[in-house]
Design a protein around this ligand. Structure first.
Ligand SMILES: CC(C)(COP(=O)(O)OP(=O)(O)OC[C@H]1O[C@@H](n2cnc3c(N)ncnc32)[C@H](O)[C@@H]1OP(=O)(O)O)[C@@H](O)C(=O)NCCC(=O)NCCS
Length: 229
């Protein structure tokens, strides 16, 4: 498997899950350009490459996943490798921890998703491309999660919650039913979100309030949303 980008936590989790679920024990890691000095320690076999040196053409059969899970980084990596190497959404593997995750049979997803152990996706959900749902997070019925969303550990989304493309929900956040969080937001850890949150902001607290613009997306060229319209 080819992992695009690299964070110590991100690659460790993907490797463990892909090994268990897909039987993959060898990885090429195409490092994130702004993290060239990352050191990896893993029991799996890994080769390290900078993106410019990596020959994707020799690896057309290998599936791809993200090696880092911040929404803005996934977004940049996806569009970078799509443009430079023609790696589209169909190349990405789904990694869903089937032994402990409930994924509602009436829910759908767009591919390239990673769902860690003990997480839950209830009924009638729409999960966008490249979404990460981390350990013990719970996504309520009729949720819509846009592309590249990252739901951090233990977050609880009630029913009919809508999370916009590229938004990151912090560890342990609680979101009330029918609440919409905009695109490219970051909701701080432990927040209780009871009202809609607009696009492009950092918000946190109980009750959750907008603090400022989400500078993590500054300078990012926005492409058309593709999987959920
Ligand atoms: C929101 C966040 C990005 C920080 O935002 P920030 O504005 O840069 O925050 P700072 O660290 O400068 O703190 C500013 C103030 O806000 C408070 N604050 C920061 N995050 C907060 C949060 N989630 N809830 C409540 N208050 C928070 C700080 O305590 C500080 O208060 P003070 O001025 O009284 O000392 C960060 O705290 C956060 O929650 N990130 C998500 C972490 C996460 O879930 N990671 C997942 C890992 S798997």
């Amino acid at each position: 498997m080819i992992l695009l980008g690299h964070s110590d936590g991100g690659v460790a989790v993907v490797m463990d899950l892909a090994s268990e679920l897909l039987g993959i024990n060898q990885y090429d890691i195409v490092k994130n350009v702004d993290r060239p000095d990352c050191v990896i320690s893993s029991r799996y076999s890994a080769s390290h490459f900078f993106e410019k040196e990596y020959m994707f053409s020799q690896n057309l059969i290998l599936p791809v996943q993200f090696g880092v899970h911040h929404s803005n980084v996934k977004y940049l990596l996806y569009h970078f490798f799509r443009k430079t190497h023609g790696i589209g959404n169909t190349r990405y593997a789904d990694i869903i921890h089937s032994s402990t995750t409930y994924f509602g049979p009436s829910s759908v997803h767009a591919g390239g998703i990673l769902i860690e152990p003990m997480a839950l996706v209830s009924s009638m959900c729409q999960i966008g491309f490249g979404v990460t749902i981390k350990r013990s997070a719970s996504v309520g019925h009729h949720a819509v999660l846009g592309d590249f969303v990252n739901i951090n550990p233990g977050a609880v989304l009630s029913g009919f919650v809508n999370i916009g493309m590229g938004t990151e929900i912090g560890t342990g956040v609680t979101i009330s039913n029918n609440v919409s969080v905009g695109k490219r937001c970051l909701i701080g850890a432990g927040s209780v979100v009871t009202r809609d949150i607009p696009d492009g902001v950092i918000a946190y607290g109980n009750p959750c309030k907008v603090i400022r613009e989400n500078e993590r997306w500054n300078g990012v060229v926005l492409e058309p949303d593709f999987s959920l319209g």
